[in-house]
Ligand binder design. Sequence first.
Ligand code: ADE
Length: 247
Amino acid sequence: MRIAIMGAMVEEIEPILVRLDPALSPESELAHILQNMQNIRLHTIAGNRYFEARYKGHEIFVAYSKIGKVFASLTASVLIEHFKCEKLLFSGVAGAINEELKIGDLIAATKLCQHDLDITAFGHPYGYVPEGKVYVESDANLRRIAQEVAKEKGIALKEGIIATGDQFIADPARKEWIRKTFDADALEMEGAAVAVVCDAYDVPFFVLRSISDAADMDASFDFDAFLKSSSRISADFIISMLDRIVA
Ligand code: ADE
């Protein structure tokens, strides 16, 4: 099977690459990874790097898109159109909306929406454009696998609605607006874009996020402080899911 694993930032995918290539040491960063890759092949397409690894008899394609919906759509499209990936797993960090979510906690998206998509001037709801839909649902089978993995690891994996937009949210008022408009539990900057692309291609997808901040006044400080640790928590979980998918 050909499986895509993507993130938005290099910090979100480094821990995945390290797990796919035994030649890499646990804390390797991209420069070190590029020098020491043995199991991984590198492709460059449209300005992004795609890492191809053979893992337990399957082809795994790993990439980081860069931040935001446009770059995320491009990467998801290349993973599907060019590399013919049959499933896509997204790993990364998010800002918490739901107060039950604390830094380092995991949330799996049940469905995703674009909080910054607005043609309400024409009488449409927020997040909607004609021939689109406000919410795109993630794959039920991948969510079931995630819950099995969570049970095995003794982790409480929360499920909920993830809202995506091309804005870093560090503002309690904007966060509250997103919560009440979309009933969202967490927010980030790529998930719904990936969801729209996968849905259009009928490719099953899963979006996992570990909380890095609470999208409040402290968000930029917390994001910098917890990007790496939360990215690793999400990446470790995704690798466990991969192990179950390829078993
Ligand atoms: N990803 C992680 N934290 C975020 C925030 N506060 N806003 C947007 N994307 C994020």
